[in-house]
Design a protein around this ligand. Structure first.
Ligand code: ATP
Length: 358
């Protein structure tokens, strides 16, 4: 029996609600498969931990996560604690500490879900956005001086390295080659940013040239937003910088119907350290504790995690169960126009998994 060890970090707001639902659904997927078991260990890190101890996670947090095969992460963010504390001391500390340099976000309009685009345009959405996750505009390099004075200055420096661009571009090429259309769009802004972005273009051109079977095009980020809305069928795999992909991903999520469905993965392609899987939504304190958080994004990222762990059949079965539930349309949370709660959606997906096994 194959065994995979998962560190489950619910985090803040609705994070623990969707992660506990996700752990149950993943356990059901493992049972339906019969070839592997998942062992979950929970970590109560996040903003409440910060209130108790002054830290989002213990000092040796990374060392404790390192032996796991994957990390299943809910959300982080608290209305009473500055975002830069909650984000940098937990989520980004893990992403950067484990060099999870590829952030991968699939986008598809699931059956039965209506997005804001006209029917035929919405159905054409089938994308994977690959985001550079370790440097660029979010490298954390910069500073502030002369606070409060008229001469105050604040700077964030975008850092692009040849090694960083090369490795993410290679990863994006591999992702694109694994998809039927074998098409990669490299997003840039080299018309306005004349140094790092020009190097990004040059290095991407060198790397993509090594993939003759890949059809590659280059697009300015501003034009890319329009193309996602007006010509979604022309897009397949997208490579973009940390900032650009952050924005494009939110647009993609909105076009796919609800923030509650989107899934993402922070991958260390070298597999030296655990990768981290999370729904794209945040802590959503407005609905925390009400039992109506949509858990589907957490299930989708759970399927990505199974795939990463070498369980592609179980991943497919889990996504089929999620899609069976959205297609039927009876058991959906309010963000998707339904009246069901997290628990009912969870039970419906588990029932679909068990049905598939029967
Ligand atoms: P954060 O600051 O942690 O990013 P946020 O509350 O500002 O959190 P999100 O949680 O990303 O932002 O979501 C914005 C809104 O979308 C929420 O306030 C909530 O109403 C809705 N939403 C997000 N996720 C879900 C979900 N899983 N199910 C239902 N509604 C959701």
């Amino acid at each position: 029996m194959r065994r995979h060890r998962i560190a489950a970090i619910g985090g803040d707001g609705i994070g623990p609600e969707v992660i506990s639902a996700g752990c149950r659904v993943l356990a059901a997927a493992a049972r339906a498969d019969g070839g592997f078991v998942l062992e979950f260990e929970e970590f109560d890190w996040g903003s409440d931990h910060w209130r108790r101890t002054g830290r989002m996670m213990p000092e040796d947090g990374l060392r404790r996560l390192e032996p796991f095969d994957a990390i299943y992460f809910g959300a982080v963010g608290d209305p009473h604690i500055p975002d830069h504390v909650t984000l940098w001391e937990l989520r980004l500390a893990i992403c950067q500490g484990f060099d999870q340099y590829a952030n991968v976000r699939p986008t598809r309009l699931l059956p039965g879900v209506r997005g804001p685009l006209r029917e035929e345009l919405g159905r054409a959405i089938d994308w994977v956005i690959v985001r550079e996750n370790s440097e660029g505009e979010y490298a954390g390099v910069g500073g502030r001086a002369h606070r409060g004075l008229p001469i105050e200055v604040g700077m964030d420096v975008a850092v692009f390295t040849r090694a960083g661009v090369e490795r993410i571009c290679r990863y994006a090429c591999e992702v694109a080659m694994g998809r039927p259309r074998r098409r990669l769009t490299v997003v840039t802004k080299s018309n306005a940013q004349r140094h790092g972005m020009v190097m990004w273009d040059e290095v991407c051109a060198e790397v993509t040239a090594r993939y003759p079977d890949l059809s590659v095009d280059r697009m300015l980020v501003d034009a890319m937003t329009a193309r996602m809305v007006t010509r979604p069928e022309t897009i397949d795999t997208v490579l973009a910088t940390n900032l650009h992909a952050d924005i494009l991903s939110d647009l993609a999520a909105a076009l796919a119907g609800s923030l509650g469905i989107g899934a993402t993965a922070n991958i260390d392609p070298t597999r030296k350290r655990p990768s981290m899987f999370e729904p794209i939504h945040g802590s959503a304190f407005d609905i925390t504790g009400k039992g109506i958080a949509n858990p589907l994004g957490c299930f989708w990222t759970g399927a990505m995690m199974l795939d990463h762990l070498g369980e592609p059949a179980a991943a497919r079965r889990l996504m089929a169960a999620v899609e069976a539930v959205t297609a039927r349309g009876e058991t959906l949370t309010p963000d998707l126009g339904g009246q069901a709660g997290t628990e009912q959606v969870t039970q419906a997906v588990i029932a679909a998994l068990e049905g598939a096994n029967a």
